[in-house]
Write a protein that binds this ligand. Sequence first.
Ligand code: SAM
Ligand code: DTB
Ligand code: SF4
Length: 370
Amino acid sequence: MTETKHNWTKEEILEIYNKPLMELMYDAATIHREYHDPLEVQVSSLISIKTGGCSEDCGYCPQAARYHTGIEKNDLMSVDTVKEMASNAKESGASRVCLGAAWRNVENNEDFDNVLDMVKEVNSMNMEVCCTLGMLSQDQARRLKEAGLYAYNHNLDSSEDFYKEIISTRGYDDRLKTIEHAQKEGIHVCSGGIIGMGEDENDRVGMLYTLSNMTPHPGSVPINGLVPVPGTPLEEQKPVEIWDMVRMIATARIVMPKAEVRLSAGRQHMSKEGQAMCFMAGASSIFAGDKLLTTPNPEYNEDMELFKILGVKPKEAFTAGEQPETKASYKEVAEEGREKWSRPAHDIDRNIEATEKGKAARRELKEEIK
Ligand code: SAM
Ligand code: DTB
Ligand code: SF4
C-alpha cells in the first residue's frame, strides 16, 4: 500500500496537479483502488438548520447578511424537523447528515443546546453526524463529541494568501485553530475548499498543501465548484471547468489517499460524464438531495440513475471509524470566558461594492413597501 505522507512540499503537489490529465487520472484511480472500494460512494445529506443573516463577508456566500441575495434569515430549525429530514435522507441511502448553520462561531446559548440535541438524536439513528457551525472553542468541540458528533466541517476554502482576497471578517489561523480543537476531541475533520473563485493553481495547491500536512489527514475533503450567486461579490465568476475539478479531485486523492474526497457544490452544472470522470479520478463521496444549503443540487432520481449507470452503490455508515457514544456530560459547560477570534478587517473592494449594492437594494425595497 502507498504510504500516507504528511510532509508534502508545494513543489511536489504542483507537479502532481500539472501532470498530463490522462496520467493524473490513472495515478489517482490506482491509489483510490488501494484504499477504497471504487464501487462505493458515500452519500451525505445537507440540512441547513439555520439559514441566512450571517455577519461575515465571505465573498462566495449567499447567506452573508450584507449582500442582497434574496435569502431570508431563519431561526434555528426544530429538533423534530431535523429528525424527520434525517430519517428521509437515510431512507434515500444517505449514511451521513451534515447540519449547517450560518454562524461566524458557536455561542454557548440555547441554540447550541438544541444543536447538541440534534446531534444526539441523529447519532441514535445510526447515521454519521457532521456539523458545520463556524468557529468552535475547545469546550464546544468536547460537548459536540460527547453528544455523538462524528465529523466537523470547517473549510480552509483556499490558500492562506488568496483567503485574504475573499474574506476580511475572519482569519485563516482561527480556521486552523478550530480544526485543531475538533481533532483534539477525536472528531473526524472534514475540510476542503472552493475552486473557481479567481484563484490560480498555486492557491489550489497551497490549500492541498496545508490539508495534506495535517496529522492525521482530514477524514473528508470537500471540493466545491463555486456556485456564483447573484448579489455576492463573486456573482460574475464563470463556472469552473470540469477539467479543473477533475485535476483538483485527483490531486487531493493522491496526497490524502485515505480521505473521502467529496465532489461537493457545483454538480448542478456538470454533465453525468463529467461527474463520472470525477469518480474515476478518486471522488468517493457526494452531497445528495435537491438542495445544498441554499442553492440547487441534482435531484435524488438523477443521482440514483447515475449510480446505476456507473454500477456504484451508497456506502454504509461508520466504515472509517467507530460510532461515537453519547455521554450525558455533553450538557455541562466547562469553559470560563469566551474564545477570542481575530477579525483582520482589511479592505476587499469587491466585497465593499457588493455590500453597498446590498444596502441600496434594501433601501429600494423599503421604499416600495411604503
Ligand atoms: N458558517 C459556517 C462556516 O463558514 O464555516 C458553515 C457554513 S458555510 C456555508 C460552509 C461552506 O460552504 C463554506 O466554507 C464554503 O466552502 C461553502 N460554500 C458557501 N457558499 C458557497 C458557494 N456559493 N459555492 C460553493 N461553496 C460554497
Ligand atoms: C461544503 O464544503 N460544501 C457544503 C457543506 N460543506 C456545508 C456547502 C455548499 C454550499 C453551497 C452554497 C449554498 O447552497 O448555499
Ligand atoms: Fe457566514 Fe459561513 Fe457564509 Fe461565511 S460561509 S458568510 S461564515 S455562513
